[in-house]
Design a protein around this ligand. Structure first.
Ligand code: BES
Ligand code: ZN
Length: 622
């Protein structure tokens, strides 16, 4: 395929979410020296940035947030530099270093600083918030713009660099990081990391705690607290290597060396986070039956889509998440078959539909390309659209191209073309049309009602094309029929009500619950009968996805007898995608439900990740 040697569109796009004049210089590598203190919940730190000046300029601006900068020295000259912290946005400040720089010049900036207790990118956990309950714990979450509170950096996904780190922790603790080379330091409490593949700042991640690991495959270990290790090992053993091999077959070589998984304490706010070489996951994936490992397929898929080919600005987040949803489902299809994959997709499509209904179809955040104005925190634009509409767009293109295999081949070429780079949607479009000249000749990009720009990128709401998920009908139909019967609707197959669902796969039960929720409020007395009919799920389930839906059903039906279960559930985990909808449901529920929300918040707010806590606050005290 003829390579397009012209500059990328992304080169001319500016990321408004960084305070850095990153077009004037590049950071080729940076090194962090970190001394972690649980007593003061702070890190005594030094960052050394290798800088190459690309344009004459009078200053170097870096992103920073809540960092206490002590001293900046230029190397090798050893000159101490003046600096100033200037306001930028509510999510960060400018570290301004006035400095006459000439294009081509190279030097190092050595920045001595403290990561303060206020850093939103760092979650400090008390022993009570861990599984072991004995030692404190800390972890970082960089995406989208939080790592500027961890180290001074160019905090835009538009640029990438390698990094290394030396981490000193108190005795008895272990540090892990998103890096491909790990080495023990000369003392038992010193850990050394080296990331030899360039990555954007948001993918630098670290955790420190009472951590141990077990092998789960030839290039994979699972890391977690000792009390969870065996269960975590059993959940991920063998399947992870199967997923990696499948993904390599589909998308090309896995270039990151190791693929390890860190299972975090329950307040981790996401299902998973694709930190390179070391995916972070919620412990709620550990359910004993591998039924939630699709999250691992997702984070693994980011190793190609997001971590190799990266969105240049958060406005094109769909390039990360939409492609990853598509890739996740390709892996899932190979491993679990089409029916299962379509069922998972249908479940999420239903929640995308609910999102559109509740936000209003035309809401500007329901576009694939999101306008992010200066000052707007990219994290505040987060919703289902880049995931599910992005998946639909990829599926639409696959449908135009031909078979799954034809589109897989294109994806391999796409990764190969843009790996280690950051791109915008237009870079993808150009490459796609170049790769498929017939589609270009047909002017696919401008087909009425399906225009790449006008319709797909810039029209809010339901996508113009959704892939056929009917392969899941054999699983979906019984689930929906059963819910309809419970809701007292007149449907064929009344006998379904006594049907044993214990052999249903998890996602089928979840689909049933979604349908039950959609049909709520249920006729009087129904909830009690549902509980009686499925005691094994309503009483014994350890599956958060189940409890999430059950909590919403309880609130929608104002079934106060189970408010204590909702309370316990919210206290047991802190996932953002679960916590926020349940608070929303409590807030718009009965007086008792609203009171429940206030009570739960009062007792659990300290446990919540600061991002999640702020969103809950907005729901409760608008
Ligand atoms: N990268 C995201 C998580 C994220 C997004 C963190 C934006 C911060 C800001 C991750 O890959 C993700 O999408 N996780 C999903 C997994 C699911 C789609 C299988 C989650 O946590 O629910
Ligand atoms: Zn993702």
């Amino acid at each position: 395929m003829a390579a397009n040697n012209t500059a990328l569109h992304s080169d001319s796009v500016v990321d408004v979410a960084t305070a850095s004049n990153y077009k004037d210089f590049t950071v080729t590598h940076f090194h962090l020296e970190l001394d972690v203190s649980f007593d003061s919940k702070s890190i005594n730190a030094k960052a050394t940035l290798d800088i190459v000046i690309s344009k004459d300029c009078n200053e170097v601006n870096l992103d920073t947030h809540t960092l206490k900068i002590r001293q900046i020295t230029q190397k090798p000259s050893g000159k101490s530099l003046e600096f100033e912290i200037k306001p930028f946005a509510k999510y960060g400040s400018i570290l301004n270093i006035p400095l006459k720089c000439k294009a081509g010049e190279t030097f190092q900036l050595e920045i001595q600083y403290t990561v303060t207790h206020d850093a939103p990118g760092i979650d400090w956990l008390a022993p009570a918030q861990t599984v072991g309950k004995k030692l404190p714990y800390m972890y970082t979450q960089g995406q989208a713009v939080l790592n500027r509170s961890f180290f001074p950096c160019i905090d835009t996904p538009a640029v990438k660099s390698t990094y290394s780190a030396t981490v000193k922790v108190p005795d008895g603790f272990t540090a892990v990081m998103s890096a491909d080379e790990w080495e023990k330091g000369d003392q038992p409490n010193v850990f050394k990391f080296n990331m030899t593949i360039p990555i954007p700042a948001y993918l630098v991640a670290m955790a420190v705690g009472d951590l141990v690991s077990a092998e789960i495959g030839p290039r994979s270990r699972v890391w977690t607290e000792p009390a969870l290790l065996e269960a975590a090992r059993a959940e991920f053993d063998e399947v992870v290597e199967e997923y990696i091999k499948t993904a390599e077959k589909l998308f090309g070589p896995y270039v990151w060396g190791r693929y390890d998984i860190l299972v975090l304490p329950p307040c981790f706010p996401y299902g998973g986070m694709e930190n390179p070489c070391l995916t972070f996951v919620t412990p709620t994936l550990i359910v004993g039956d591998k039924s939630l490992t699709t999250v691992v397929m997702h984070e693994l898929a980011h190793s190609w889509f997001g971590n190799l080919v990266t969105n240049a600005t958060w406005s094109d987040f769909w390039l990360n998440e939409g492609f990853t949803m598509y890739a996740q489902r390709r892996i899932c299809m190979e491993v679990n078959g089409e029916a299962y994959t379509c069922l998972e997709a249908a479940t999420r499509r239903a929640s995308f539909r609910r999102h559109l209904d509740s936000s209003g179809e035309d809401h500007p955040l329901n576009k694939l390309r999101v306008a992010i104005d200066p000052g707007v925190d990219p994290d505040d634009t987060y919703n289902e659209t880049p995931y599910e509409k992005g998946y639909c767009f990829c599926s639409y293109l696959k449908n135009e191209v031909g078979t799954f295999e034809d589109f897989d081949r294109f994806l391999r070429a796409y990764v190969d073309k843009f790996k280690y780079k950051s791109i915008v949607s237009e870079d993808f479009f150009d490459f796609f049309l170049e790769y498929f000249p017939d589609l270009k000749a047909k002017d696919l990009a401008n087909r009425d009602g399906f225009e790449f720009h006008k319709q797909w990128l810039h029209t809010a709401g339901w996508p113009p094309y959704v892939p056929d998920l009917s392969a899941a009908d054999s699983l979906i139909k019984p689930a929906e029929r059963l819910a309809a019967v419970w809701a007292g609707e007149n449907v064929e197959g009344k006998e379904d009500i006594s049907r044993d669902v214990s052999d249903w796969p998890t996602y089928q039960v979840l689909h049933f619950l979604d349908a039950l929720l959609a049909k709520s409020k249920l006729p009087d007395g129904t909830i009690e009968k549902v509980i009686e009919a499925y005691p094994h799920i309503v009483n014994d389930s350890n599956n958060t996805e189940f409890w999430f839906r059950w909590s919403l059903i309880v609130l929608e039906n104002d079934y106060q007898e189970h408010f204590d279960k909702v309370r316990a559930f919210l206290g047991s985990q802190g996932k953002q995608k679960i916590t926020l909808p349940v608070y929303q449901a409590m807030k718009s529920g009965s007086e008792a439900a609203q009171q429940l929300a206030l009570d739960v918040y009062a007792t659990t707010k300290e446990q919540l990740h600061v991002t999640v806590r702020n969103y809950v606050k907005k729901i409760l005290f608008p």
